[in-house]
Write a protein that binds this ligand. Sequence first.
Ligand code: PLP
Length: 491
Amino acid sequence: MKFTAEHLARMLLESGSRSGPLHRQLSEGIQELIELGELPPEALLPSERALADAMTVSRTTVVTAYRSLCSDGRLIRRQGSGTRVCPPHLRSGERETVSSPMLSGDHSGSAFLSPRLGTVDFSTAALPCLPLVSEVAAGLTRTDYLALGAEHHGYHPRGLPALRESVARWYARVGVPTTAEQILITSGAQQALELITHGCLAPGDGVVAEAPTYRGALEAFRLAHARIQTVPADDHGMVVERLEQLIAQRPPRLVYAQSTVQNPTGTVLADGRRHKLARLAERHPVIVVDDTALSGTLLEGSQPVPLAGLTDSERLLTIGSMSKLYWGGLRIGWIRGNAEVVGRLAQMKGITDLGTSLISQQIAVHLLERVEEAQAARRDQLRAGLDTLSALLGEFLPDWTWSLPRGGPSLWVRTPTSSITNLGHVALRYGVVIAPGTAFGYGGGIDDHTRLPYVLPAPVLRAGIQRLARAWESFTDGARVAPVPVASITT
Ligand SMILES: Cc1ncc(COP(=O)(O)O)c(C=O)c1O
């Protein structure tokens, strides 16, 4: 299939406005058309000169955009046969992502799929299990199991009734009256995101997320062929005023927010913005998803009133999780929302897996009885990690800066380079894996940032930061420093 310059220019125009340098706007636009399937595999694109003329931009702009799409494995150029959309089986960039350790920095699950021995992996910020979890799990008695066995067949797509009650009570305690009918238990917050994505989005629907944001959410939206736009975030969370402007121009179908402890920045949405976001959910036909998976990891103070406490809009869906406060291995999360909407999502959950493990859910019931104890333990652990990492960065990478997070397991660090991606390749040679800022944003940008978790044991953190500092020296000085042996971590 061949696309003329005029045709492609028109498609790009219709795909909406973007910001940033022209070449990036162009490459993001083409990438979006490829992801939506509007530019199918093998499609022949116009020459650089023709597209430049049709779009009234310089030829260099098109050359740069095509080049970056080629290096991302989106386009392929062959002498004499022009520039084509890369067929999926040839996408070298993607294949590289699957086999290369750099993938650890590129997609959210890869650090778990292919952990690398001997490296310090800063690409995941997964938290260690709280000792409370094993204590509670070991304390499950015969009576607990008998009670579970009494649950007939054991299939509960909506979740164990006792857990739905506990979660509902927890919301009521933080000022959000909730019934068990409004709660759907999911296998982690990630499944909650998947269900909402598939239940609410059709290919081409608009989604607005913060930049940066949780990459697992971006991946879910991308897989659903959503049209993703971003609004900036600052130290007070999502810039809701910019979101309002976007909605006024062209309302998206879904807004993805993280009001209480944002991944990766650790911010909490300021009160004024919270109220504005709640009003948006009331005034506009937009689904607002408030992912509060990290809300149990505040470093100080108590939880602000959840967005769900500020509006009873049926278009607001709140996601929660036990992974960050207690342990990801439980695989327990939930969706809180309007009972009817939750009922429809429960049907999808039933189709997907017939329900989450009842044993995990029973442990979760007991864990929720000890929420304050868990929060105190997690807080102490996080504060100690934050102090250690801040001191290490001050000692070894003094030019790297960050804003103090309000919660969460990581620092969102600004570095004096505009290509953390390239630094990442060098860092691998020094035995450390980092996630470039681009992994947390959509379509490039923010490549001067990286997310550094502080939940690793102190000796591993020290080894990792020392290695990173040597990689940084090599990266900035032109590889004068010899790599350290990768097997020297002592925990
Ligand atoms: C913001 C956010 N949402 C969802 C998830 C997925 O969490 P879970 O382990 O509950 O699936 C994560 C995990 O990192 C996250 O940071």
